[in-house]
Design a protein around this ligand. Structure first.
Ligand SMILES: *Cc1c(COP(=O)(O)O)cnc(C)c1O
Length: 238
């Protein structure tokens, strides 16, 4: 595990790269939200990041996310939590109402279950629609060509607020390889925004991970999800 100084140095480096990518593309660095992806990392690592001013964290598993939320709530720390990983319908009941945003909604079935529980709990849930932009068999997400239809259906659910799109671009050593995927995401988002669908807002674009977040920002990302670039390699044994 990285020590506090290393996590703090990584964060300074990531923040500077975000700033440079924003400036390079004529954007305000403050319009880009850094989500520190803390999955598989212990609460100590989260505390180290918090000591450097990070209060927004992303997790990809419901149980791990809940344990961390409970742990920090008990300590009186109010962090913002994002569920970024695939959500199974039968797990919605454990997470609805606890997160700032669910990034990974890719079917009407999942959305309507989130909505059902949100209604029961009297909350509104902010979500992003996950798009399988690389058309990869191994990945979740709706196909780009089905995205608008899916959004039109989900927009009718009263306790859900659609805030934008999310993607996990293909794994690559060279981030330039993903530039066209990020550009397609931005185009898709602009297209859908132009349709002026009731209850649909396309202001967020969650894309870019450790290997490609600078390119994602240049292409319009408003949220980047950085894990190993902050916390070092993951700890799957935890
Ligand atoms: C793990 C994960 C990340 C972070 O990946 P890194 O390459 O470590 O930055 C981002 N998004 C999702 C959906 C993830 O599951």
């Amino acid at each position: 595990m990285l020590n506090n100084e290393e996590i703090s140095a990584n964060l300074a480096d990531v923040r500077e790269k975000i700033r440079l990518a924003a400036v390079k593309s004529g954007r305000n660095p403050e319009d880009i939200k850094l989500i520190a992806v803390s999955k598989t990392n212990p609460t100590d690592a989260i505390e180290a990041a918090a000591a450097s001013g990070i209060t927004v964290f992303g997790e990809n598993k419901v149980q791990e996310l809940n344990e961390k939320i409970d742990y920090f709530e008990n300590k009186g720390c109010s962090y913002e939590w994002h569920l970024i990983g695939h959500l199974q319908t039968n797990k919605c009941k454990y997470i609805v109402g606890k997160t700032e945003m669910i990034h990974s909604v890719d079917s009407y079935k999942l959305a309507s279950e989130i909505n059902r529980i949100a209604e029961k709990n009297g909350v509104t849930v902010k979500i992003l629609i996950e798009v399988n932009i690389g058309d990869e068999e191994s990945k979740f997400g709706c196909r780009p060509e089905n995205c608008e239809n899916l959004i039109r259906q989900i927009a009718l659910l009263n306790n859900i607020r659609i805030c934008g799109l999310m993607c996990i671009a293909p794994f690559t050593e060279n981030p330039e390889n993903n530039r066209s995927f990020f550009r397609q995401m931005k185009d898709l988002s602009v297209d859908i925004e132009r349709k002026n669908i009731d209850n649909v807002n396309m202001s967020e674009l969650s894309m870019g991970m450790t290997g490609d977040y600078c390119v994602a920002i240049e292409e319009g990302a408003t949220m980047v999800r950085v894990g190993t670039g902050i916390f070092g390699k993951r700890h799957y044994s935890l």
